[in-house]
Design a protein around this ligand. Structure first.
Ligand code: SF4
Ligand code: SF4
Length: 248
């Protein structure tokens, strides 16, 4: 099939390396921290009701999350470790070239393609200039055509699944126990890089604190709070300040 054929030829402008958080695998997180750079931790919670009409999307998301108990309710929590490039990536040179090109994270290799199979690739939503979509190889039709890109996307999805338990264990060890409700907001933590690295090292050495955390969900919308409360979910205070509550 060749419907929706999308060509792409990166022009190396470096715009995608600025003003964003860059999701990392756990292995990449270790490397990023060891280079001395900061990594944010994003926490989202959900349950089956989040995708009542899309069981396939729920199944995809559930595999990259861990079931925990919040109050009286089982919920799933997904932790995303993301390099802080809100100004610009610390590896981006003055010439807009990547300083760790051979070791750059998977998402940098995959961009601007989507990793989530339920999110359609839309060039207008990407940082790339319009003209880069008019030349180059066909990368995408009804599926990813380029075999290298396909492999990288699969590796990224597999890492999300493989790392899920470890990332939640690291969060519990650090006391990062408030997640935002998926689709409503993100709870964004900005731990000191040495603190996060130490927690990952404790996990790697089997010396973390695996005690069950008192998971809470932060929701500011009154209707959502009432829904979660009815489910028995433990709701977080709305004025807690050790994370950024980023509405989406
Ligand atoms: S690691 Fe390299 S490619 Fe990835 S955001 Fe940083 S500068 Fe850009
Ligand atoms: S914004 Fe697009 S065109 Fe520019 S470097 Fe990133 S991927 Fe390439």
């Amino acid at each position: 099939m060749n419907n929706n054929a999308i060509r792409f030829a990166c022009n190396g402008c470096g715009v995608c390396c600025k003003g964003r958080l860059i999701p990392l695998t756990l292995s990449e997180t270790r490397q990023w921290l060891l280079r001395g750079h900061d990594v944010a931790v994003l926490l989202e919670a959900f349950d089956e009701s989040t995708w009542a009409a899309q069981p396939g999307e729920y199944a995809h998301s559930a595999k990259r999350a861990v079931e925990v108990v919040s109050g009286r309710a089982p919920v799933r929590v997904v932790a995303v470790m993301a390099a802080n490039a809100l100004g610009q990536c610390p590896n981006l040179g003055a010439d807009d070239r990547c300083g760790i090109y051979d070791q750059r994270p998977l998402v940098c290799r995959i961009y601007p393609m989507e990793i989530n199979p339920f999110i359609a690739l839309r060039p207008e939503n990407k940082a790339c200039a319009p003209q880069v979509w008019e030349t180059g190889e066909v990368l995408f039709t009804d599926r990813i055509v380029d075999p290298l890109l396909h492999d990288q996307v699969e590796r990224s999805r597999q890492a999300d699944r493989d790392d899920a338990e470890a990332k939640i264990a690291v969060c519990e060890d650090l006391g990062l126990n408030v997640a935002a409700w998926k689709g409503n907001a993100l709870a964004v933590y900005l731990p000191a890089h040495a603190t996060l690295l130490a927690a990952i090292n404790r996990y790697d050495a089997g010396q973390h604190s695996p005690t069950a955390a008192a998971w809470k969900v932060r929701a500011d919308d009154d209707t959502l709070r009432a829904q979660l409360d009815a489910l028995g979910v433990a709701l977080a205070e709305q004025n807690q300040a050790d994370y950024i509550f980023h509405r989406v």
